[in-house]
Design a protein around this ligand. Structure first.
Ligand code: NAP
Length: 471
């Protein structure tokens, strides 16, 4: 595919290969954007923003609804693109496509709800005889940088709200998975409602064109989803602009003695191994009460062993591969480090190329990376606790806080956990890997800044303007 720059689908002599990470087969090629391309895109976005901010609400809604309709009519094609360029199985990819359609429709609907309110200026003595209000205006040019794990829906989470609010947006998708983002741009462009420079997607290196996008003063907001290290590097050089950071986690789930164990096993196995653990909501630390530990853990391990790993396009496959061999080797090294430090491997621990088996570890020393950092692979640690206080302390005892989960039938326990867990979302009787696209989504501590979820992203991508009449 080519890239979308200033309303045109542009080719470049230098192209990058997009390869299927499971077998290295060629999926497609995309142009390698240069710094000159990004300079052109930035100039086009200045014009694009002028056009976008003047576009009537009904037209912005039509743009997003029509794109959603187009994806729905090409659902399987989009799913196969996600499954081939990325790490998801075809069944996982279909769910992502359905969610991306939802994200675009929510964005279209949100466009009509962007409003302000009147301001009672006469609350201050001497300020009588004033009348006024505030409106919410689009912020301007938004730079979006996206990861490989949800190559369609996480792009839709930036593009949908940005266009709904009348912004211009430049997307720099992950180099490994640019095709889903380009296809999203294609359906938006096909509506003939998108002005040149309203949405541009440039395929190139983060360290080159991503860096330019982040540092350019004309860009008013950077919306980044990706790794913490990259996010922190961007924060250091972004300058005076808004920033939304959707970073990773090492999510904890607490299983209390009164939990529904069937539910807890099924939900957490899916939460642990969805997208081969390459998921910011991946269940990484399972904290299990002493009273049920010996009943819960063997069932969890049995379910992990029953997980079918293999060809992503095979309907029977539960879990695919990691994004590249270096990442698979890194996951292997973290597990090996834990085992060398005294951890017990309850299942998994084998790597074949980019595939890593669903892995469960117990008795991991607290200093191991798999306890403190984000593993970003199909590895879950089980840990025994005796009191809720202890579980909450363990859950909170890391420098991440995206979502946490608790399985219990006791309302007081659930409410206490909801109050004490220092995270962006607490899931009761759900794994951490639960989200709808309309809810506020984001983390605290090292997991990020700001919130996505369409309505909340629209708030971040708009700013109030006050109008006051002296009557
Ligand atoms: P990554 O390596 O940080 O890459 C993310 C994006 O940043 C890519 O598009 C990359 O471009 C770009 N980039 C790299 N260096 C850059 C620079 N110097 N300036 C500007 N952009 C730069 O992350 P990833 O491996 O794709 O994603 C994994 C992480 O994302 C995990 O930590 C995961 O938890 C997190 N995540 C968070 C959420 C959430 O909503 N909280 C959702 C999904 C994933 P290139 O590909 O060209 O290098």
């Amino acid at each position: 595919m080519n890239m979308l720059l200033n309303g045109e689908w542009i080719d470049r002599p230098q192209r990058t290969e997009v390869r299927d990470p499971q077998d290295g087969s060629l999926v497609d090629t995309v142009p390698l954007a240069s710094r000159d391309d990004m300079a052109r895109a930035l100039a086009a976005a200045v014009e694009g923003f002028e056009r976008m901010r003047r576009m009537p609400t009904h037209q912005r809604m039509a743009l997003l609804h029509r794109a959603a309709d187009a994806i729905a009519s090409r659902h399987e094609e989009f799913a196969r693109t996600i499954a081939r360029e990325g790490i998801k199985t075809i069944r996982e990819a279909r769910k992502e496509v359905t969610r991306a359609i939802d994200t675009l429709r929510l964005s279209a609907e949100e466009a009509r709800r962007i409003s302000g309110e009147t301001i009672p200026f006469d609350q201050r003595p001497g300020s009588e005889n004033r009348f006024g209000f505030y409106v919410r205006e689009p912020i301007g040019i938004i730079g979006a940088i996206t990861p490989f794990n949800d190559p369609l829906n996480l792009v839709a989470h930036k593009v949908g709200p940005a266009l709904a609010a009348g912004n211009a947006i430049i997307v720099k998708p992950h180099s490994a998975t640019p095709l889903s983002a380009l296809k999203l741009a294609e359906v938006l462009d096909d509506t003939d409602l998108l002005p040149p420079g309203g949405l541009q997607v440039l395929t190139g290196r983060g360290s080159e064109i991503g860096d330019m996008l982040v540092t350019d003063p004309r860009v008013r907001m950077i919306s980044f989803t990706g790794g913490r290290e990259t996010g922190e590097a961007i924060m250091r050089k972004v300058g005076l602009k808004k920033v939304a950071m959707e970073l990773g986690s090492n999510a904890p789930v607490i299983v209390m003695p009164d939990a529904d164990l069937d539910l807890a096993v099924a939900a957490n196995v899916s939460g642990a191994f969805w997208a081969a653990g390459q998921n910011c909501l991946h269940v990484q630390r399972l904290l299990v009460h002493d009273a049920i530990y010996d009943r819960f853990v063997p069932r969890f391990v049995a379910a992990a062993k029953a997980y079918r790993v293999g060809d992503k396009l095979d309907e029977r496959t539960d879990m695919g591969c990691l994004i590249n061999e270096a990442e698979a080797k890194r996951v292997e090294a973290w597990v090996d480090e834990a085992v060398a430090a005294g951890a017990r491997l309850l299942c998994g621990g084998q790597r074949t190329g980019t595939f890593y088996a669903p892995t469960v570890l117990a008795d991991v020393p607290p200093f191991c990376r798999v306890m403190r950092e984000e593993i970003y692979g199909p590895v879950t640690v089980v840990q025994r606790f005796r009191t809720l206080d202890e579980a909450l302390r363990l859950a909170n005892g890391v420098d991440y806080g995206l979502q946490a989960g608790i399985f219990t039938r006791d309302l007081a326990t659930a409410l206490r956990a909801a109050a004490e867990l220092h995270v962006g979302g607490v899931m009761v009787n759900e794994s951490t890997d639960y989200r709808i696209d309309a809810m506020p989504f984001g983390g605290v501590k090292g997991s990020g800044l700001g919130r996505e979820g369409v309505r909340f992203a629209v708030q971040e991508m708009t700013e109030p303007k006050v109008v006051c009449f002296n009557l």
